[in-house]
Design a protein around this ligand. Structure first.
Ligand code: SF4
Length: 253
């Protein structure tokens, strides 16, 4: 990649365009926001494949609710197998189906007995309730309530006419650059380092994360940021790359 301090081996026949930019993959995704179901957490027990997660769907469900309410997700609760419902009032109403969707629904339901339901998408079908959610999501935190309320009030409902995959100028869809970073910056507690490519998570003698090494793309200097908590949110390929490059006494290979 031009301008990137990393190369592929000569015989590598795998090229993957990585969204190395502020907001990363959230700028480009299709906004589909599905929950994993209880089966997905225990594939080993259920199918004999993969690994069981050390948590259940019930452990994660409250955080799905919080996230959907914060970012704005539309959809319906249908009670289908392994397709969890959101808590009451969390989802925004789905838009009315279009003609081809009505035809698909009619054919599948009546002739094939296949349920056809609205997608769950991180798009505002109507404005968020900016009175209810900041207070419920951030109790006893007036600063968070204020910046989230202002953020929610600044977002408009979708007008269903433009390509979401290139970002949404009225903030109707979810991307971190328009929905999460502005209120976080408004708290005064966020520093953003762009052009900083993480190459390794550092750990202490007990194997606990202490920070990250990153390369400043402009200066090519290797820098280290210390942290109490490190969250890798770099999409599947980048998160795996960083973890594989993070050697330690516990994981030397
Ligand atoms: S306003 Fe356009 S870009 Fe924004 S969510 Fe709606 S269709 Fe997508």
């Amino acid at each position: 990649m031009p301008g990137e301090p990393y190369a592929s081996s000569e015989d590598a026949n795998f090229l993957w365009w990585r969204a190395r930019m502020l907001g990363g993959r959230t700028n480009h995704w299709g906004r589909i926001s599905l929950r994993m179901g209880e089966y997905d957490f225990k594939p080993r027990s259920r199918d004999g494949l993969g690994f069981d997660w050390p948590m259940t769907y019930e452990d994660l469900a409250p955080y799905y609710d919080r996230t959907e309410a914060l970012i704005g997700v539309y959809g319906s609760n249908e009670g289908l197998e392994n397709t969890p419902s959101s808590s009451s009032g969390v989802l925004l109403p789905p838009p009315a189906p279009r003609v081809h969707e009505l035809l698909t629904q009619k054919t599948c339901t009546e002739k094939l007995n296949i349920p056809v339901i609205p997608a769950h998408l991180a798009i505002l079908s109507e404005k968020q309730d900016s009175e209810r959610w900041p207070a419920e999501l951030f109790p006893n935190n007036p600063l968070a309530q204020r910046v989230v309320r202002e953020s929610m009030e600044s977002r408009a409902a979708c007008f269903w006419a433009t390509p979401c995959g290139r970002g949404c100028s009225i903030k109707a869809n979810f991307q971190s650059t328009t929905v999460l970073l502005p209120p976080a910056l408004a708290t005064g507690n966020l520093d953003i380092r762009t052009n900083a490519m993480v190459r390794e998570v550092t750990v202490d003698a007990r194997g606990r994360a202490t920070g990250v090494h990153f390369i400043d793309k402009a200066t090519r200097l290797d820098e280290h940021a210390t942290a109490k908590v490190v969250i890798l949110a770099a999409s599947a390929c980048e998160s795996a790359r960083i973890l594989l490059n993070s050697k330690s006494n516990q994981c030397p290979d």
